[in-house]
Write a protein that binds this ligand. Sequence first.
Ligand SMILES: CC(C)(COP(=O)(O)OP(=O)(O)OC[C@H]1O[C@@H](n2cnc3c(N)ncnc32)[C@H](O)[C@@H]1OP(=O)(O)O)[C@@H](O)C(=O)NCCC(=O)NCCS
Length: 209
Amino acid sequence: MQDHKFLIRCATTSDLQAITAIHLSSFGDAFLAQLGRRFLWQYYQLILRFRGGILLVAESDQITRGFAAGFLEPDVFYREMIRNRWRFVWPVALAAVQNPALLGRILAGFRLVRHATRASVDGLACELSSIAVLPEDSSRGAGTCLLRAFIDASWSRDAEMVYLTTDSTNLVANALYRREGFALVQTFHRSADREMNEYAIYRSSTTGD
Ligand SMILES: CC(C)(COP(=O)(O)OP(=O)(O)OC[C@H]1O[C@@H](n2cnc3c(N)ncnc32)[C@H](O)[C@@H]1OP(=O)(O)O)[C@@H](O)C(=O)NCCC(=O)NCCS
């Protein structure tokens, strides 16, 4: 998959270090980044191993510039996370000791994973759980290439729709999703001060199937 100056390819275990580093530098103070490098490594490794996992990286000049991650059958993936919780216990405990203020969000995150369901669709759904580009490489088209490749990978694995949630204040991300054909499904509050937008795109609207 080659688009403009970025090579988009499926990630392997040897990309996990770069992926976690990009996550940390692109998501700043966001919750998963605060759980630290070890947590992120386990999380992306689980996606890589999951049968419905999609983990793509964007490269140029042999440097990893960004990644997109997600999974088919999100309910099954979240059950897999619960089943593999022992992998996350140590990194999460370490993050909580270093920053006790995280405890409330950790409990909320645990509840979110346990009760993660979404309105049923006819056919297979795919969640885009994160997409990020190194800050110094932003606005050069890598995010667009990654998003298009992620959608293509979802369709080629028989997904009927791709959905995602993002902060309503994340203007670059919201503009990117709308530009690439995602429709706003709903706006909701994850907490009192955090408004989220949920977007979806349907295979039937893009391929005419
Ligand atoms: C959201 C994100 C992935 C977008 O990645 P990106 O590589 O900057 O995205 P693109 O370059 O494809 O598109 C962004 C802008 O660059 C412009 N652009 C795209 N290709 C371009 C090119 N070849 N040359 C110049 N500009 C280009 C786009 O028009 C777009 O402009 P806009 O910001 O005015 O809408 C990136 O900003 C990011 O990592 N953010 C932090 C993490 C995050 O918030 N992720 C999303 C929530 S899960």
